[in-house]
Design a protein. Structure first.
Length: 355
């Protein structure tokens, strides 16, 4: 007898999704570290990696939220080195592939080599989509070191779908096993995802992934659309814990994918139990969603720019959300100091601009 909570084959399931297999890349121990000021310890990493491994997750990302070498680069301290966190995860999760994030210029080639020596299995090289070619030399190095390599197009919306398709083809040719569309500001809609994935699929036959944020609460819908368009990997975190407004909640993704007939290999009730037991106490003290997240999402504003924009808002007496929206709409990829001062002045009272 069928589970009364499940849907029968063909009953209300979107065409082409039933029977599809998707890998959930579980990012709680990396992306989630943003929300705890990068303070996941070796023990935290070992416990959660072990839990995720027993649940059946085969792709687990760990380490500093900004990536390898971020603590040494002054991006926020953490209680253990990259290598110690990798080793803790590897011991605790023998069946899973363990990975880290890496931004060229923050992390170094030597840190990539050290991470590989510590047992790291896959690396996700992230760079702004508009400048992604600058990361190609690291793709080559990562392949030489034996990593499975993902190329994450940070702020994918900073280029056109057509440019994304061409850059995806070039990235695959340079050594990327997986090309990622990344909605860094949580601003995309499903039709946007469709355009980017269609362009990538027309240009390359490499595997595709999607990393979404929840500023406008479309991250899950965008993930479903990504799967519909051929994505092989979807990023999630328990309770959606992550930078800014957070990410696709792992437990909700498993539930929705199950209802759509998409296979993940993860038991829904087991992952819900684990989320409640291990992350529930932390989440009860947190609020991921606020009005600033909405402002960022509607204007494609990246949260990393917020401290500098907040300082300008204070200086000129400008309402911060209005300045955030104005700057995001002006340039979603870069933050220019001269433009910031000019826009802040234009929004301020005339007296504020004469200071």
């Amino acid at each position: 007898m069928a589970d009364p909570g499940s849907r029968m084959e063909g009953e209300g399931m979107p065409q082409g999704l039933s029977g599809r297999r998707v890998e959930i890349l579980e990012c709680t121990l990396r992306e989630g570290s943003y929300a705890v000021d990068f303070k996941f310890t070796e023990n935290d990493t070992a416990v959660m990696a072990g839990v995720l491994d027993r649940l059946g997750f085969r792709w687990i990302e760990v380490g500093h939220g900004v990536g390898l070498g971020a603590a040494k680069a002054g991006k926020g301290t953490m209680p253990a080195s990259d290598e110690r966190l990798i080793e803790a995860a590897k011991r605790a999760a023998p069946h899973a592939q363990i990975g880290c994030f890496f931004i060229p210029g923050i992390g170094t080639a030597d840190q990539l080599k050290s991470a590989r020596s510590a047992g790291l299995d896959f690396i996700r090289i992230g760079y702004n989509a508009s400048e992604i070619e600058d990361a190609c030399s690291y793709l080559t190095l990562a392949r030489e070191l034996g990593f499975k390599v993902c190329l994450n197009f940070m702020k994918t919306y900073g280029v056109s779908p057509e440019a994304f398709g061409e850059k995806a083809r070039a990235g695959a040719a340079a050594g990327a096993d997986v090309v990622y569309c990344v909605d860094s500001a949580g601003s995309m809609l499903p039709e946007d995802v469709r355009k980017y994935f269609s362009a990538a699929r027309e240009s390359s036959d490499c595997e595709l992934g999607f990393h979404g944020h929840s500023n406008l609460q479309f991250a899950l819908a965008n993930s479903v659309e990504a799967v519909r368009c051929g994505a092989n990997f979807i990023d999630t975190t328990l309770y959606g814990l992550g930078r800014s407004a957070g990410n696709v909640p792992t437990e909700i993704a498993v539930a929705v994918f199950q209802n759509l007939g998409i296979e993940t290999g993860i038991d829904l009730f087991d992952v819900m139990d684990a989320a409640e037991e291990f992350m529930g106490p932390l989440m009860s003290q947190m609020q991921l969603y606020d009005m600033m997240s909405v402002a960022m999402g509607c204007s494609q504003f990246h949260s990393s720019f917020l401290p500098k924009v907040a300082a300008a808002a204070r200086k000129h007496g400008v309402e911060l959300r209005r300045l955030v929206v104005a700057m995001g709409k002006l340039d979603p990829v870069n933050l220019d100091d001269e433009n910031l001062n000019r826009v802040a002045c234009s929004l301020a009272w005339p007296a504020a601009c004469r200071r």
